[in-house]
Design a protein around this ligand. Structure first.
Ligand SMILES: Nc1ncnc2c1ncn2[C@@H]1O[C@H](COP(=O)(O)OP(=O)(O)OP(=O)(O)O)[C@@H](O)[C@H]1O
Ligand SMILES: [Mg+2]
Length: 246
């Protein structure tokens, strides 16, 4: 499988805090890769760094065969790497449809007519067509998460970094979200998912990485990784339990 995204010894510091400490990982084209880790372990920082919102102090990030370190987020997005935001940030006063059209225009490649067509397709995919005319601020939390996904997908990415899109969802909504992500991957989009909900990662990811205090402490098949002592210890401070229960 060809490598689409690769981080090589990436380090990101905030003053004296090392939020990412020499992180190396790879994502193959067509994969769903999961990333888990306790609160503050660096998951969102990893996404922000890979998508150009933060610049690493050290290391290299390659996407689709080229180094993207130092490129602006909009440029990286135009190359085919999109992200969602853990804290959803729609233009609340604009309609759901307008929010997604803006996403489609962001790549700078599309005409307004094409952007509208892409927006309609993407809204249909995520199940938001019936809400398309509503102000984005009126959406429920699960709908806002789907809008975040729609905005990312509207940029027609090769790969999307999804930051806790299942947080706060009810079990039935989680099942729907799992189905939706499978469908998106079925369209050839590579996915990297950060989720606290281990059930979702187990259901979706072929491989996963575990972050703890900015370092990778485990990687491999999810059903194997979650039982590794280092992983159990990172979550519980003991090896008696297992995050598989989460
Ligand atoms: N902009 C920033 N400035 C300073 N410190 C930051 C900044 N962003 C994150 N941090 C710190 O970096 C560390 C990693 O934060 P990050 O948000 O990446 O964790 P996370 O794994 O996404 O956590 P969560 O599961 O709570 O979303 C934390 O200690 C956090 O306080
Ligand atoms: Mg986070």
């Amino acid at each position: 499988m060809s490598t689409l995204l690769e981080l090589e010894r990436v380090t990101k510091r905030f003053g004296g805090l090392t939020a990412l400490d020499g992180v190396s990982l790879r994502v193959g084209a067509g994969e769903i890769v999961g990333i888990i880790g306790p609160n503050g372990s660096g998951k969102t920082t990893l996404f922000a760094t890979a998508s150009g919102f933060l610049r690493p102090e050290d290391g290299d990030i390659r996407f689709d065969g080229r180094s993207i370190v130092g490129l602006r987020p909009s440029r990286i997005n135009a190359l085919g790497l999109a992200r969602t935001f853990q804290i959803v940030q729609p233009f609340a006063g604009l309609s759901v449809r307008e929010n997604v059209v803006i996403g489609a225009l962001r790549g700078g490649r599309e005409t307004l007519a094409t952007a509208r067509r892409i927006a309609a397709e993407v809204l249909d995919l995520v199940g938001l067509s019936p809400r398309a005319g509503q102000p984005a601020g009126n959406l429920t939390l699960p709908e806002q998460k789907r809008l975040e996904m729609a905005r990312a997908l509207a940029t027609q990415p090769k790969l999307v970094l999804l930051d806790e899109i299942m947080a706060g969802l009810r079990p039935a909504e989680v099942d729907q979200a799992i189905g939706l992500l499978r469908q998106i991957r079925g369209r050839g989009v590579t996915l990297v998912i950060v989720e606290h909900l281990v059930r979702a990662v187990l259901a979706l990811a072929e491989r996963m990485y575990v972050l703890h205090h900015g370092s990778l402490i485990a990687e491999g098949r999810p059903d194997e990784v979650i039982h590794q002592p280092a992983v159990v210890e990172a979550y519980f401070g003991t090896t008696d339990g297992s995050p598989a229960r989460a």
